[in-house]
Structure formats: C-alpha cells, structure tokens
Design a protein around this ligand. Structure first.
Ligand code: GRF
Length: 223
C-alpha cells in the first residue's frame, strides 16, 4: 500500500495541526465515488474528490488505497502550544527557531530537515512565516488562511473579514508561494455571518470550517 508522508508546520496554538492528525494520521483512504453533495453548515468550493476511510484488512482489495503518515510536527517557536499537542498525539516534533536568522538562512534549515523526511506534502497550519524561494522552489506545501482569498490577506484575516461590510466569511486552502497568502487556491469554504454576531462566535465558526475543510483538501492534493 502507498504511504503518503506529510509534515505539519505551525508557530503557536496548533489546533489545525491537531485536527489534521485526528482526521488523517495512520488512516487508510480510498476515493469514494460520490462527492458529498449535502453540506449542512458550510458552502464548499474546490473539493472534487471525496475519500472514505477503510480498514487495513479491506485495503488489500484496493490497489489505490493509501495511508497517511504525519511524520513530523515542526515549529519555529519553542513555546508553541502545538508542541504539547504533538507530544500528546505521539507525533515526532522538532523546533527550528527562526529568531535572529535571515529569512533565507531559516528557510535553508527547514528545507534541509524537510527534504530528509521524503515528504509527499508539507502542510502549513498557522506557520507565521513569509517563505522565500529557498523554500517555495523545493517544497510542495499547502497553507490555510481564514478568509475568502484574495480578500483579507495577512495576519488579521479573521478580524478584517469580521469587520468587513460582508454577510459571509470563509477560509481558503492554497499552495504556498513566496508572495503572502497568494498561491493557487485549492479549496474554499464559506459561512454566513449572523446579524450582531460577536467576533468570538464568528472566529469559532471559522475555525470549525478550517478543521472540516483542511483534511479534505490535503487528501485531494495527496491523491
Ligand atoms: C488559523 O486560523 C489559520 O487559518 C491561520 O492561523 C490560524 C492557526 O490556528 N493560518 P491554529 O494554530 O491552527 O490553532
């Protein structure tokens, strides 16, 4: 059976990292014939393939089955809470501090580590770095951003879309390029803003959408 190796990079809380591990790690998938057509909570674009999890025993009958392994959690901050999640989840974690290094120096270090892991895909989940061509030309990576790109790029995607005179908000999964939040979009999800909704309530819905969409987008790219 094929094994798809991914690394997940974060800088802080790591809730998307945890959601990805819970949805994908050491699980075996095959493509399901029917893309889910009913979405109760979210409107989703870009997901054209759906996957179902199957058991190790059933995998023998499916040549196309693949298992996902999260082989590394990588943080650029030693104090990132995501590292505690990694420990709890039994995922190998490493820290490469970005402080005091040029962008290129830091990227070279992480590229060296990542290349040694024989990855199929690198997954950024709250990794608060602008990456240089040292990284983007060598590593195939996805990122998730909490807005409907190309609107509201940058570190305040949730706040900016909450404050915008719009009735919907959303999240985007895109390939990583050297321009911030600008690579090719893979999938997007949309939620509606409720009238008089608090920022906290809006942010909670955005995060729920992230945990729903990101594993689906990762599987689609891996397959
Ligand atoms: C998420 O909202 C993600 O879209 C953005 O950074 C946040 C990370 O949150 N890129 P967490 O660390 O996964 O909890």
């Amino acid at each position: 059976m094929q094994v798809k190796r991914i690394a997940i990079l974060f800088s802080g809380n790591g809730s998307n990292f945890e959601a990805l591990v819970c949805a994908l790690h050491q699980k075996i998938f095959i493509e399901s014939k029917n893309v889910e057509s009913k979405e109760n909570l979210f409107l989703i674009g870009g997901i054209t393939k759906d996957f179902i999890e199957i058991s190790e025993k059933n995998a023998k009958e499916h040549k196309e089955a693949f298992k996902v392994e999260v082989v590394l959690a990588l943080s650029n901050k030693a104090e990132a809470y995501g590292l505690e999640r990694a420990k709890r989840l039994g995922i190998l974690a490493e820290v490469i501090e970005s402080g005091g290094k040029s962008r290129e120096e830091f990227d070279k270090e992480i590229v060296e580590l990542l290349r040694g892991k024989d990855l199929d895909l690198c997954v950024l989940a709250g990794f608060m770095r602008i990456l240089t061509p040292v990284f983007t030309t060598q590593i195939k990576a996805l990122n998730i951003h909490p807005s409907i790109l190309p609107l509201f790029k940058g570190a305040n995607g949730i706040l900016d879309s909450y404050n915008a005179p719009m009735c919907v908000g959303g999240v985007s999964v895109h390939f990583v390029s050297e321009e911030l939040d600008s690579g090719e979009i893979v999938a997007q999800g949309v939620i509606k803003k409720d009238f008089n909704e608090s920022l906290e309530s809006y942010a909670e819905k955005i995060h729920a959408l992230e945990y729903y969409l990101y594993p689906k987008a990762v599987l689609q790219v891996l397959a």
